[in-house]
Design a protein around this ligand. Structure first.
Ligand SMILES: [Zn+2]
Length: 689
């Protein structure tokens, strides 16, 4: 054990092992459970009174725990809201098929009835359209192409597509419908994906009941993240600069609406005999024949009239524990607070976990403990619409974050099953694995590390799924997202509530507890280890893998007509491997000297160590193409990571190269290869400088 400097306001020395034990032993499921209960008592959509109320409550908890600089940060952003009589889905022709969809879910709480927000798609287009109904499977571009190849003309139609499948992101289903010529798009929950075909439905099981509706955003996050009317700059109150709503790449141009299986059943039944009878991959789990429909299908009226709020205030809640060695450098922990309804899993489970961490770290701080680096906590608003709170926050302090952001840890849907997952920057892998060795897997009689090893788990890529996007892809703050995943659940429905969580999601809250332990231990390692535990050798190994994947991609897309020379990237990955080896070698030397001196660290050694940590944390920032960014989506600056252009929940590695290939611009793709290689090589030089 070594001690660095004088620790704590009482000059008390804290044994790191005792600190870890203190934190792990304090985490208490009854607090987590009570907070989940409180967080889910009323709906709290972004920008509403409910979410402001919860924001003030979170602010109170931050203050009560003794966090410093506790504050509510306001941004005024473009949001929209459904109107009571503003939405309609109905068959209007022929008259014998006339029918109108119920639209709303049943009340999740019947006695007394608890208010629920209307179902809609966030940031969807206001519109009032009619057209023949055509079913297009999952609504991927390939699905639309397949129908076109069969001679089905989408022009002027209303597309009916199901959630999930080969196009996971709802926004891109609507965009594909728009590009195919449809005038509107309906996305429904098919029981084969998340309902009765998967198992018992709520309240008898975990799956989506027939009246359940999946709300969600249709903002095109992989093209523009954050407030779509302030791409690249923060929507501060009073800011007069604004991008025009017309022409923003972040918004779809046709209206859309989500629908329950019970309503979709009627629409699909009406298609019988129109277009093609469908087989296998296009058939869902409703008890009927699936037909495509065509230009002569029954005509559907789709109305989506909304309140448009150009400058709706939203609030992030912030607080911190200031570090004693490098107080300007931060490890940031974030989770969003807004929900489409009651939000027990999404995001209540993540919020309850973060609040428990705040409580325990508050207790630690009250005993005089302080970390070496600052720990910041953030409760983000308007994540559901387009990662808005976190992106505006990052844009407002972009230079500070690029210089001082050491790491960003995200939790969103924290616990809905027993499958531990981590996604993020690969340089976290060694420290994550170390931490997993100290935490038990609640579903198995072994540590999370054993399970990680047995299942060949690895750190997955970051898509556009949550608030890490602006940190990793715009600020270059190395980011990690943690969760316990599971089978489908009533995602973005009012059935994602406290009773669902206590009966099916995580009864006993043991997975919440395990994730709290993992996150708390990671915070300690990142904020309080004398040497910042990120590892660029592992990073280099992953990058070699990314180059291989890119090679496969090039072969598949080039179809022997086009090819790319990827040697510059292979070379750059090798340069990183060598540089990282040399760089981390110094850490061993530091340990030997300090341990050799009984834990004493000279001032000269301390200065070297601090510079070492800063260069290590700067590495991800050096991988930004700060003055450029991805062509056509300049907000995205990182040469290695961005959400994939056409499947935003998935990551694209070397996104600049992939975007150009997807566009058929092979010369540009080769330039992007060279650019990425140059940026990577120059980042290696700075690492050793
Ligand atoms: Zn979420």
């Amino acid at each position: 054990m070594f001690s660095v400097g004088q620790r704590g306001s009482s000059n008390e020395l804290f044994d790191p092992e005792q600190v870890r034990n203190f934190v792990q032993n304090r985490i208490n499921t009854s607090y987590i459970r009570d907070n989940t209960d409180y967080l889910t008592r009323f709906d709290h959509v972004a920008g509403t009174e409910g979410n402001l109320f919860l924001g003030k409550w979170v602010e109170g908890i931050f203050r009560g725990a003794g966090l410093e600089n506790v504050d509510m940060e306001q941004f005024d952003v473009y949001l929209n809201y459904p109107k009571k009589n503003g939405r309609r889905v109905a068959i209007v022709e022929p008259l014998e098929h006339a029918w109108e969809a119920l639209l709303e879910e049943d009340y999740a709480y019947k006695v007394p009835p608890r208010e629920q927000p209307f179902v809609f798609h966030g940031l969807s287009k206001t519109g009032n359209v009619s057209g023949p109904l055509i079913y297009v499977n999952y609504g991927s571009r390939k699905d639309f192409q397949d129908l076109a190849d069969k001679g089905v003309n989408m022009t002027g139609s209303v597309a009916l597509v199901r959630y999930y499948g080969t196009q996971t992101e709802p926004a891109l289903k609507v965009k594909a419908a728009e590009l195919a010529g449809a005038v509107g798009c309906i996305i429904y929950s098919d029981p084969a994906e998340d309902g009765v075909r998967q198992g018992k439905v709520y309240p008898n099981g975990r799956f989506m009941p027939g009246d359940g509706v999946q709300r969600g955003t249709v903002a095109l996050t992989s093209w523009v993240a954050g407030d779509v009317l302030s791409s690249g700059f923060p929507s501060l109150p009073g800011e007069s600069k604004r991008d025009p709503k017309e022409g923003t790449l972040g918004l779809v141009q046709i209206p859309s609406i989500p629908l329950a299986a019970r309503d979709a059943q009627k629409l699909l039944e009406a298609l019988k005999g129109h277009g093609y009878k469908l087989h296998k991959d296009w058939v869902g789990g409703l008890d009927l024949e699936y037909w495509s429909g065509d230009q002569f299908s029954p005509v559907v009226h789709l109305m989506n009239d909304q309140d448009e709020e150009e400058r709706q205030p939203i609030y992030n809640v912030l607080g911190k524990i200031t570090g004693i060695e490098q107080s300007e450098k931060s490890v940031i922990v974030g989770n969003h607070r807004d929900a489409w309804c009651f939000g027990a899993a999404d995001p209540g489970s993540g919020t309850a976990i973060m609040l428990e961490i705040v409580r325990v770290f508050g207790a630690l701080k009250s005993r005089g403990w302080r970390p070496l680096r600052t720990i910041e906590f953030a409760s983000w608003d308007a994540e559901e619409y387009n990662l808005i709170g976190s992106t505006e926050h990052v844009e407002a302090r972009i230079d500070d974050l690029r210089r001082d952001g050491f790491a960003y840890l995200n939790v969103d849907v924290g616990a809905v099953g027993d499958d531990f997952q981590a996604a993020g920057c690969p340089s976290f892998e060694p420290v994550l694995v170390k931490v997993l060795g100290r935490v038990g897997d609640p579903a198995r009689n072994k540590t999370l590390y054993s399970v990680w090893k047995e299942t060949n788990n690895r750190i997955r890529g970051l898509g556009a799924g949550s608030d890490y996007v602006a940190f990793q892809d715009m600020a270059g703050t190395s980011s990690l997202d943690l969760s316990f995943n599971g089978p489908a659940y009533p995602y973005h429905s009012c059935y994602d509530n406290f009773e669902w969580m206590t009966n099916f999601g995580d009864p006993g809250f043991q997975h919440h507890k395990a994730l709290t332990e993992v996150l708390a231990l990671l915070i300690l390692e990142l904020a309080d280890s004398p040497i910042l535990p990120l590892n660029n050798e592992i990073y280099a190994t992953y990058i070699r893998g990314y180059v291989e994947e890119l090679d496969h991609y090039v072969r598949a897309k080039g179809k022997e007509k086009h090819t790319l020379d990827l040697k510059p990237l292979q070379n750059a990955a090798n340069v990183l491997h060598q540089a990282a080896n040399q760089f981390h070698g110094w850490e061993k030397a530091w340990r030997e000297v300090v341990i050799g001196q009984g834990g004493f660290e000279s001032n000269a050694m301390a200065i070297k160590r601090i510079s070492h940590n800063t260069r290590l944390a700067d590495f991800d920032t050096e991988l930004l193409d700060i003055d450029g960014g991805l062509p056509d989506r300049e907000q995205y600056k990182h040469i290695l990571f961005a959400p994939a252009l056409w499947s935003g929940y998935d990551e694209a590695t070397f996104p600049g190269v992939r975007d150009a290939i997807d566009d058929g611009k092979w010369e540009l793709a080769q330039q992007q290869v060279q650019k990425a290689a140059d940026i990577l090589t120059s980042a290696c030089k700075k690492l050793l400088h």
